[in-house]
Design a protein around this ligand. Structure first.
Ligand code: ARG
Length: 453
């Protein structure tokens, strides 16, 4: 029995057609589908399209189905074309003929669009929470890092000395924006398409505003065709997820670099790493590698969801059924990645190595700039010095006040202090810069933010 059996169709669907067109992945929408139907029934009752007895019977049936869904007892049948048909079929089993009134004034086109939006709302909220937890882990490790100083890198060459905490917190701020994106997108997910019907609305006295309000949604569609045809909400969700994955993929890459023997900045907990089947000494951070690898699949999702919409004639087309697999994959992958990476970082021991060499060269040049020397000239003076020291096999450690002064009379003996990476970090004062004071401010700001998350 299909939803259309006994009407204009004389034949039952072929197995081939059924196998190809049915996608059971939408079973994940069961709870939100019931939630949407409960609101729909309440609206039908309110506008008089259902008698209160009918509404009560349907509601009771739906509540029972919700119970079966929650306990995992809901029984799917091979003949259920999708989640919507399954619920209607089960409702019929439970309450009889009155179940046929559930779909009054509704099409699966506006129904699935609603389910998806309800799903996206929940998912966006959960990701915000997960991202918040990862930020908290980074802040905690930044606090533990205390005063340790590392080189920042540009072009993967040592650039300036910075507190290690500053490096960790860079990711925290990226994640704050990722979480903000989910929150901003939430407002656009939060619009109900129910009442749009198949594509043109209905002659029945439906009140879409009532269903929307009952579902706690922020608004209703303005155009029924747009409401059933559009999947930009799904695409925006996948974009938010993809950018978050891209950000944590960079974090994963840094962690992997730091865990190499060449860097030696971090040791991961045994419980968050894997061994090698062949090399007894190996301890691999597979979580970080998989976060990086899975990011590729999210980028694929983003391409898929964009391509899925491109060139579709208005309005609903079955192509759109594919949106769910994409959304679910992006959702699950991001959820798993945030959780696993959080565990890896939380249990890691960081022992970053202080920079050696030239990372304070800019600080030395700035000593001259502060005394009015044009930056280009100061850059040149320090550049010559570096070349000279390298030529002689020496480092900044070999500099004496006299030698500094002989280079340029505007140098002062205390400028040598700036060559100590820890000291150079102390001397830095710019807003958001790589200084201890800035790190303290960032930690305070992030902690205040997390308290209200
Ligand atoms: N399973 C369908 C989907 O996910 C539900 C909507 C079906 N609508 C239709 N007119 N066949 O898109």
């Amino acid at each position: 029995m299909t939803l259309w059996s006994g009407g204009r169709f004389d034949q039952e669907p072929s197995d081939v057609m059924w196998r190809f067109t049915v996608d059971t992945s939408d079973r994940r929408l069961l709870q939100v589908d019931i939630e949407g139907s409960l609101a729909h029934v309440a609206m039908l009752d309110r506008v008089g399209l259902l008698s209160s007895e009918e509404a009560e019977a349907i509601t009771e049936g739906l509540v029972r189905i919700a119970g079966e869904a929650a306990s995992g007892e809901f029984a799917w049948l091979a003949e259920d074309e999708d989640v919507h048909s399954a619920v209607e079929r089960r409702l019929g089993e439970l309450v009889g003929e009155v179940a046929g009134k559930l779909h009054t004034g509704r099409s699966r086109n506006d129904q699935v669009a609603l389910d998806l939006r309800l799903y996206l709302r929940n998912a966006a909220k959960s990701h915000r929470d997960r991202i918040g937890r990862l930020i908290a882990v980074l802040v905690e490790q930044a606090k533990r890092a205390g005063m340790s100083v590392v080189p920042s890198y540009t072009h993967l060459q040592q650039a300036q000395a910075v507190p290690f905490a500053h490096h960790l917190l860079a990711y925290a701020w990226m994640l704050v924006r990722d979480a903000d994106r989910f929150r901003d997108a939430y407002a656009r997910f939060d619009v109900s398409p129910l009442g749009a019907g198949a594509s043109g609305g209905s002659s029945l006295p439906l009140e879409p505003g009532v269903t929307s309000a009952l579902l706690g949604m922020g608004g209703v569609f303005d155009n029924s065709m747009d409401a059933v045809a559009s999947r930009d909400a799904a695409a925006e969700f996948v974009w938010c997820a993809t950018q978050t994955m891209v950000d944590i993929s960079r974090l994963a890459e840094d962690l992997l670099l730091w865990s190499s023997s060449e860097f030696g900045w971090v040791t991961f907990a045994d419980e968050y790493t894997t061994g090698s089947s062949a090399m007894p000494h190996k301890k691999n951070a597979d979580i970080a590698e998989l976060v990086r690898g899975k990011t590729a699949t999210l980028i694929g999702d983003l391409t898929s969801i964009a391509a899925l919409q491109k060139g579709l004639p208005m309005t609903y087309n079955r192509d759109l059924q594919e949106d769910k697999r994409i959304v679910f994959h992006a959702d699950d992958t991001l959820a798993g990645s945030l959780e696993a990476l959080g565990g890896l970082i939380d249990t890691a021991t960081f022992h970053p190595v202080a920079p050696e060499g030239w990372v304070t060269a800019l600080d030395l040049a700035e000593a001259l700039v502060a005394r009015g020397v044009p930056f280009r000239e100061a850059h040149h003076v320090v550049g010559r010095l570096v070349a000279e020291l390298i030529g002689a096999g020496e480092t900044f450690d070999d500099l004496t006040p006299d030698r500094l002064e002989s280079l340029d009379l505007r140098f002062q003996p205390e400028d040598l202090d700036r060559l100590d990476p820890a000291r150079s970090v102390e001397l830095r004062s710019t807003q958001g810069g790589g200084s201890t004071a800035s790190v303290d401010r960032q930690i305070d700001a992030l902690e205040a933010m997390l308290e209200q998350w």
